[in-house]
Design a protein around this ligand. Structure first.
Ligand SMILES: [Zn+2]
Length: 312
């Protein structure tokens, strides 16, 4: 059985205010740059405790979940933002999705046997593949999807590469994580150039946004301790880093692990099965629907599945 660290009990004992599980949007008024500071702790424990991931896989899930918060919260449109990495390595799939109300979920598919044969390096774990970003705004809206080859030595670097090459937007993300958990703790600070209207049709990537080099240099002075110390208010971190850039913060978005699965969704999925498929998937007269994200299992008898088919 997996042991989940009692972070909340610790919190009550010490009575310290914990600035965690949040996204703090900000902009740098001396330049046309904006950013996000993300910290995740308990939320990641909740996501990772649902599975028994080997440490390298858990670290990738943590990074994917953090990037989903960073990038999903940068979008102007609300919806479900999904980050997916697919490769031919031992970790064949990484998925993290974020909704604008602060719900986060994530999971990984991996092959335990081949995992033990490769070094704990990003490119070896994922192998050759691609990283995709999807924004689903619901019925009646077109789905947005962007894809880039997995490249560089981390998921974060691949995401940066995507924004520069495909979106022509200068983006820099600094990501920090504890080596293991629980308790897990991660933090990320992202700076991105704001799209400029006069740039429409202009793909000149050599054009460095005003103030970019100075702000990136400041970003790289951020230490893991400052980024991940949950006793330190994120506003203080941002002010220390960027006061010369005229940092201005916006409303904080709190994050929690929340899955969108449920009985109704499981019923919807089963209603599409033919009688032969339902029989094939059944075991001892029972068909199970398992949510890959949160590991919840929904069980139905074959008679219940037949009734769902009839009701469809
Ligand atoms: Zn679920």
């Amino acid at each position: 059985m997996l042991f989940c660290y009692p972070r909340r009990i610790m919190f009550e004992e010490t009575m310290q205010l914990s600035h965690n599980d949040m996204i703090v949007p900000f902009q740098l008024e001396q330049s046309a740059l904006r950013g996000r500071l993300v910290r995740l702790g308990t939320t990641l424990d909740d996501i990772l405790c649902k599975h028994q991931y080997p440490p390298p896989v858990a670290r990738l899930v943590a990074e994917a979940a953090t990037l989903a918060c960073v990038l999903g919260s940068m979008l102007k449109e609300d919806g479900i933002f999904s980050l997916q990495a697919k490769g031919d390595g031992p970790v064949s799939l990484l998925v993290a999705d974020y909704t604008a109300d602060g719900a986060l979920r994530a999971y990984a598919s991996f092959n335990n046997e081949s995992l033990s044969t490769v070094p704990d390096r990003f490119c070896e774990l994922l192998g050759t593949g691609y990283l995709s970003f999807t924004l689903d705004r619901g019925a009646g809206f077109e789905r947005y999807q962007g894809i880039v080859e997995i490249d560089g030595d981390s998921l974060t670097k691949s995401a940066q590469h995507y924004f520069l090459q495909s979106e022509q937007v200068h983006t820099e993300i600094k990501y920090f994580a504890t080596a293991g958990g629980p308790p897990w703790q991660v933090a990320a600070v992202c700076i991105q150039a704001m799209p400029r209207t006069e740039d429409i049709g202009d793909h000149d990537l050599d054009r460095i946004p005003d103030g970019w080099d100075e702000m990136i240099a400041l970003l790289h002075t951020l230490t893991p301790l400052e980024a991940m110390d949950t006793a330190l208010h994120p506003h203080d971190v941002l002010f220390r880093l960027f006061h010369e850039g005229g940092v201005r913060v916006h409303d904080t978005q709190h994050i929690q692990h929340r899955c969108r699965c449920g009985l109704a969704r499981a019923e919807q999925a089963l209603a599409t099965l033919s009688e032969a498929e339902a029989l094939e998937f059944s075991d001892d007269n029972i068909v199970e629907v398992k949510c890959e994200f949160c590991n919840s299992t929904y069980r139905f008898t074959l008679a219940e599945v037949a009734a769902l088919r009839g009701a469809d």
